[in-house]
Design a protein around this ligand. Structure first.
Ligand code: ADP
Ligand code: MG
Length: 341
């Protein structure tokens, strides 16, 4: 066969294989874009587990009319200019692939208005060349993206979708993860026209414990230990299952590094080690947020960005271990302290 350049739609569909696995991954990409755009409220609406409709509406900065077509094209991003930026990336996005990928495997419309525009505009990319059409629309400042009929044109991938209920569960779980760390954001979720989640902004500790209860269950929220450790160049905050609770909370294990949820054996190991003195063998629950200099950690390890690499992993591990141990020791001392009359 002769060498030919792939038509844009096909190239995007191939790239979509990496980032768009199922409705939950579409929602992840779109909501992260809303957060990158400074939204304080994000409303998610899905029909049939997201396979029929995914709609994300935000009140972020919006996309200027003249950038709508670019936003839909591949390798177009407003978040990264050079390889140096990648070293210290703070935004969720940076590959400029999500919108192009999603729009190549669904019927996507993008509607947006910026504060200094008097009108809103709607864009969609169609056909193998992904030609972009732009029409006037009605929309407040912010952005709404509709992705309809996910994988309608890639039947092999469509067949991989599970039941609506399973797809919903993936979405719900992802929303929990983001709701725990973005306490400032009001998130709502509607499924088949029915409101199923409403995470109100949690700017005070009391409000946050409420959100923690919504996400991790009341029992966890009411008994957990608070972690708040901040010295040298690291800060670890969050919540740890009380060592006295009999069972583990294996489904409540959330670890964030600079606001990103990551899977990391390091933290699991540190938590288990801290627990081993009290309750050996349990898989404890935790919601922990680690903040450190972005130059001390690589986030660009994996396309889905679930993994990170610490430059000084031993140091980070020991820091977490000590923070947990001292919180546990403190709570044990409190429990043992003589009760004052
Ligand atoms: P990335 O997030 O990696 O930059 P995307 O394909 O997800 O790539 O988005 C492309 C660009 O479109 C973003 O860089 C941003 O400028 C713009 N954009 C996408 N979604 C939104 C949104 N909800 N609000 C404002 N701008 C957006
Ligand atoms: Mg993005």
């Amino acid at each position: 066969m002769a060498i030919e350049k792939l038509p844009p739609q096909l190239a995007n569909q191939i790239a979509a294989g990496e980032v768009v696995e199922r409705p939950a991954s579409v929602i992840k990409e779109l909501v992260e874009n809303s957060l990158d755009a400074g939204a304080t409220r994000v409303d998610i609406e899905i029909d049939r587990g997201g396979s029929k409709l995914i709609r994300i509406r935000d009140n972020g900065a919006g996309i200027p009319k003249e950038e709508l077509a670019l936003a839909l094209s591949r390798h177009a991003t407003s978040k990264l200019k050079s390889l140096d930026d990648l070293e210290a990336i703070m935004s969720f996005g940076f590959r400029g692939e999500a919108l192009a990928s999603i729009s190549s495997v669904s019927r996507l419309t993008l509607t947006s208005k910026t504060a200094d525009q008097s009108e809103a505009w709607q864009a969609k990319a169609e056909g193998t060349e992904m030609a972009v059409q732009i029409l006037p629309a009605a929309h407040p400042v912010g952005t709404t993206i509709d992705a309809v009929d996910l994988f309608f044109n890639t039947p092999a991938r469509r067949r991989f979708l599970k039941s609506d209920k399973t797809e919903f569960t993936h979405i719900d779980e992802w929303l929990k993860r983001i709701a725990l760390v973005r306490r400032d954001i009001h998130f709502t979720l509607k499924h088949n026209g029915k409101s199923v989640r409403n995470y109100r902004p949690a700017n005070t500790e009391t409000q946050y414990l409420q959100r923690l209860g919504q996400v991790c269950g009341k029992a966890f929220a009411e008994t957990c230990l608070h972690i708040n450790c901040n010295h040298n160049d690291l800060a670890l905050t969050g919540y740890l299952q009380a060592p006295s609770s009999a069972s583990g909370y294996a489904e409540t294990q959330y670890f964030y590094v600079n606001g990103r949820l990551v899977k990391d054996r390091l933290v699991n190991h540190a938590v288990r080690q801290a627990f081993s003195e009290y309750a050996d063998g349990v898989s404890p629950g935790y919601v922990l947020m680690l903040e450190l200099d972005p130059y001390q950690v690589d986030v660009n390890v994996h396309p889905a960005k679930h993994e990170v690499r610490f430059h000084q992993s031993r140091y980070v591990h020991d820091y977490i271990l000590q923070a947990l141990q001292s919180a546990m020791l403190q709570s044990a001392e409190l429990a043992l302290a003589p009760q004052h009359e």
